[in-house]
Ligand binder design. Structure first.
Ligand code: ATP
Ligand code: NI
Length: 284
């Protein structure tokens, strides 16, 4: 696994010589000293504690760490989806240079649709219960590409559902989320995120609870949008095989803090923090 990552790194180093990839390396998402708290029984508890993290365009940044370390809370903070009484207490979250914390609720919502999309651990959160699947897809496609006609958007939507392993795509277009299984909702959510045209994609355990062929599809698609659309991806995962395969950069989180970060290949080959070594050894 480490070898694959190392080979990737070499390829990336060679690419850096070209001007094109120079622009890919621009910081897309910059999190600085983010602290997000939830009220505890005795005192507030910092699920995210002074976290700084950068996601670059055209690169996959993996965030790993044991269960409860604050990975999802970090992602939800970026998306503006921390619900009260939880709150962002301090820090900056910049997307394309714009401070998301300074945006109104409305602007943040618009940005969530257009510039950043998230594949959730729990697909039920992502799909609108009162709008048919097909309309959610076609509206997302047309919001992103204004010159696409309705029929063309429908064609793209059906194709994307098929690619996500949903054979009965035509029928699914008129279905509602509650009529479908969790696994189907998960695949639809991924299709939705991939057609959104977002520059930042946050994928929180995108392949958990899916069968192997769909897992492979998702990883291929993440790799494709990274390469072809220059999308920056924040990938939260327990699967170190996936990290070795896909990640350019790697952050290791523990108890709300980043304990180690660097180029993925480097961290794999030379983990500095004892917790990272344990994580690599245990293949959590
Ligand atoms: N809405 C909430 N209210 C109270 N505590 C919360 C809430 N959401 C998360 N937490 C707490 O914050 C901490 C971090 O949770 P988080 O979901 O970010 O972990 P994680 O790293 O994503 O774990 P996993 O790998 O299991 O998904 C945990 O201790 C969790 O119990
Ligand atoms: Ni999580």
């Amino acid at each position: 696994m480490a070898k694959t990552a190392l080979e990737r790194k070499r390829r990336v180093d060679v690419n850096r010589l070209s001007v094109e990839t120079e622009s890919q390396a621009l910081p897309l998402l910059e999190i600085r000293s983010l602290t997000t708290t939830f009220p505890g029984e005795h005192r507030t508890f910092a699920a995210v504690n002074d976290v700084s993290l950068t996601v670059r365009a055209g690169r996959v940044t993996a965030l790993v760490g044991e269960s409860g370390s604050g990975k999802s809370a970090t992602a939800l903070s970026v998306m503006g989806l921390i619900d009260a009484p939880g709150r962002i207490e301090a820090g900056e979250i910049r997307l394309g240079g714009i401070d998301l914390r300074g945006l109104s609720k409305k602007s943040l919502q618009a940005s969530r649709g257009r510039e950043m999309a998230m594949i959730f651990q729990d697909p039920v959160q992502a799909l609108n219960p009162v709008i048919p699947i097909g309309r959610q897809l076609t509206e997302t496609i047309r919001r992103h590409r204004s010159n696409v006609k309705r029929a063309e958007a429908r064609r793209i939507a059906i194709e994307q559902l098929r690619r996500a392993g949903l054979d009965d795509a035509e029928r699914l277009m008129s279905a509602y989320a509650f009529e479908l299984s969790g696994g189907m909702c998960q695949r639809i959510m991924i299709a939705l995120a991939l057609v959104s045209g977002a520059k930042l994609l946050i994928a929180d355990e995108p392949t958990t609870a899916l069968d192997v062929s769909v897992q492979a599809f998702i990883l291929r698609e993440l790799d494709r949008v990274r390469r072809e659309d220059n999308v920056g991806i924040l990938l939260i995962t327990h699967d170190l095989g996936v990290v070795a395969e896909l990640a350019d950069d790697l952050y290791v989180m523990r108890a709300g803090r980043i304990v180690e970060y660097g180029e993925a290949a480097e961290v794999f080959d030379n983990p500095r923090h004892v917790y990272t070594q344990e994580l690599l050894d245990s293949r959590l």
